[in-house]
Design a protein around this ligand. Sequence first.
Ligand SMILES: [Zn+2]
Length: 239
Amino acid sequence: MNELTSVQNFSESLASGDLRAALRAIGREFHSRRWSLGTSSNYSVVTGRDPLELLITASGKDKSALTDDDFVAVDSAGQLLPSHDVNGRKSSAETLLHCLIAESCPDVGAILHTHSLWGTTLSREALKPQQTEGVIRIEGYEMLKGLEGITTHDTAVDIPVFRNSQDMVELSAQIKEALITPDESQPETSPPHGFLLSGHGLYTWGQTLAEARRHIEIFEFLFEVTAHQKLFERFAEVQ
Ligand SMILES: [Zn+2]
């Protein structure tokens, strides 16, 4: 099945309200585009708000071949819902980051996390050895308009970058403090559309699953052109 067929399946599944089928189509597409190789990545949809509930890919599943049984339902703490027949499935350690984003951003309806080549490469550029946080600035590209709310190429977007960790509790606290807590000194600052974990991958989200999918596609383009731009600049410097 090629990428276009997967995108078509995604649209049809969304239109019919079949969330699992839509997430499975995303897995096939993202795997074929090398953004979700092996068992990397995880995808979630907010299925309840009061209390918060997410449907999320189960831990350790090949994203190119997800089945309807490869998902779990979790609460706001990332715990499996007791009413759900888990049948041996577990939630990923990174479920906590999905919960953090969903809880902190009331408008978010879906969260997607990928491990792409260019996002991973670029994320390592942003942090010096002692730093735990950094930023990648992307500016001047027409494709920025693919990010919700941006209407002109003549703008700059700062993508926060956090040092990767296997301690999701500590990482969640760091991201919540730096990302979600409003910066009162800069009330005009828009909340970011996503963030990177250094040497790891991208988290982005949207009000709908379709918007979150578009943000992944737009970010991947922007990461690739930004990485190439940096390479060209360095090449010019040594000439
Ligand atoms: Zn990951």
